[in-house]
Ligand binder design. Structure first.
Ligand SMILES: [Zn+2]
Length: 69
């Protein structure tokens, strides 16, 4: 399976919760969730309607991200 090796705390931001992928880093204010409390990317700050499916997908992705790390 593919392994994501880039900015781990970007994934924290995506899920809006600390995933502790980098261990201690997420315990500090260096975790991007603290710095920027919105999802990464140019559309991160926009308001989006989150669908039921979207919620399910985020949960699924969250689990996938954690297991891959
Ligand atoms: Zn983090």
């Amino acid at each position: 399976m593919a392994r994501y090796t880039k900015a781990a705390c970007r994934l924290c931001r995506r899920e809006g919760v600390k995933l502790f992928l980098k261990g201690d880093r997420c315990y500090t204010e260096k975790c991007a969730v603290v710095r920027k409390g919105y999802p990464p990317g140019g559309y991160g700050q926009g308001r989006h309607k989150v669908t039921e499916y979207g919620l399910q997908l985020r949960e699924k992705q969250k689990a996938a991200v954690i297991t891959v790390f």
